[in-house]
Design a protein around this ligand. Sequence first.
Ligand SMILES: NC(=O)c1ccc[n+]([C@@H]2O[C@H](COP(=O)([O-])OP(=O)(O)OC[C@H]3O[C@@H](n4cnc5c(N)ncnc54)[C@H](O)[C@@H]3O)[C@@H](O)[C@H]2O)c1
Length: 596
Amino acid sequence: MAREFTRVGVVGLGTMGAGIVEVFARNGVDVTAVEISDGALERGRATLTGSTDRAVAKGKLAEAERDALLARVDFRVGLHALHDVDLVIEAVPEHLDLKQRIFAELDRVCKPEAILATNTSSLSVTEISVATTRPNQVIGIHFFNPAPVMKLVEVVRTVVTSADVVADVEALCERLGKVDVTISDRAGFIANALLFGYLNHAVGMFEARYATREDIDAAMKLGCGLPMGPLALMDLIGLDTAYEILDTMYRRGGRDRRHAPAPLLKQMVTAGLLGRKSGRGFYTYERPGSPKVVPDEYTPLAADAALADGARAIAKVGVVGSGTMATGIIEVFAKAGYEVVSVTRGAEKSAKVCEAVKTSLNKGVVRGKLSETDRDAALGRITWSATLEHLADVDLVVEAVIEELSVKKALFASLDEICKPGVVLATTTSSLPVIDVAMATQRPADVVGLHFFNPAPIMPLVEIVQTIRTSAETSATARAVCAKLGKTGVVCGDRSGFIVNALLFPYLNDAVKMLEASYSTADDIDYAMKLGCGYPMGPFELLDVVGLDVSLAIQRELYLELREPGFAPAPLLEHLVTAGYLGRKSGRGFRDHTRR
Ligand SMILES: NC(=O)c1ccc[n+]([C@@H]2O[C@H](COP(=O)([O-])OP(=O)(O)OC[C@H]3O[C@@H](n4cnc5c(N)ncnc54)[C@H](O)[C@@H]3O)[C@@H](O)[C@H]2O)c1
């Protein structure tokens, strides 16, 4: 029979501890909440009341329920208060020696049958357990931030954790309304092992001034549908905690350089910029603990002010290409009121693209998103051509032809001959260096990358890629155009993968390596990222949608350009591609799609 947990203890009421107390008390479990000092105890209490008051204000919790919840919590200073609990969860700072000391003390104070759990994100649960005389009753219960919201709990069993303790903790997670994945003791478990390389990489991009904090965060939110960008997430996690997690993962996880904390992190922690909890991290918050970002000296100027700096007037736009991207981009420009000249390689292709644009616009009408008049006006703005000469008088050209450098270079050389001076020439390449294309012309200062996402009419993001030759005017023009299209334009440098793919694909590749190492299953890894980190799809679901061949090609490019050993494509990914398992499009990838 499963063990009864009538009273539990939580040690440390910081970012995680206060949330964990709330989870238990909300589910009818009495909690003894312990801190190190009166001041820290009061801060913990304030976090809990703040969070429950917000839930009441949002109508998610009745006042009486809040009062009952708070009445279940006994706030105390000192571990001795935990003598009668059935389970303790420790959530003190991420230092092995501190945790070991606390576990040794808990072992002395707690009932012999009590389970001792750690919420560590990266330390060895095994090493923590051996500080006690009951390592078989020590387990990892890793909640996600914010604990009351995120559904996932990683249950970490060591080689000595007894099976009934694991089963009892799993049953407890279910009672708390959580979904658990049970795994063995490895640095970062599932979610953090996949998340922190990505977060650290994003910090590195910011540190290298590759893009602004707002643009990095907007790119990942809008390009990947994540609930928050990586820098905002670092602020939520706490930069001191994030630093310790990275440092431990680096040392325990095979000294992968991608986990070596970005130097900026250490500086920020030393300077007391810890994120939300201290009121300032990558962003500035209204006050310590507040989720509300307020403007500071790095906040970009309002869009119109920024656009005043030299953007050229654009009225007529040429779009070259006849594939999915070109079709979507034609529609986007025409709907936004631009005159569009579509150029394909022949009348037949033009007719096909024209049909596709019409079908898509009609769908908008059927869904009530577009009036018939607006549809007809948009179509009326497009002219169809099979010759580049028709681009002689456009103000902007967007190239969306096949992803082959020689083809793009030849096209840009032709555009250079045909187009009038002052035209902005844009490429939608997702993987080729924009500078290579720019240097095929005599006017590299006018060349920029405009990386749209698929499907272009729907995806709100465009990466604006500046090469080292792109002029400020060209870049301002690109920003103004994106704004008029109703898209969020994020500006970045000309490096493989730009922002989104450079941050996304190594994470997907890491998930494949984790599967290959048999640490967990594709299902559990997908669950962990969706329920623990709020990803709209798990990595294997996404890989199957994107296509394994496409993913492998992008990962190879990243590896070749950056020579980062951790970016080497996972052998399993290569084998699946070789075997023709390309994902949904071939019926089978990581999962079999023919039987669903
Ligand atoms: N922040 C996250 O997003 C996150 C997510 C999951 C797990 N974790 C893990 O949770 C643990 C806590 O991290 P955090 O971010 O909540 O840290 P935090 O710094 O916000 O809070 C730690 C709390 O522990 C208290 N404390 C320190 N020494 C103590 C002692 N001897 N006795 C009692 N209380 C003591 C501190 O006063 C502080 O309130 C870490 O192991 C971390 O890796 C963090």
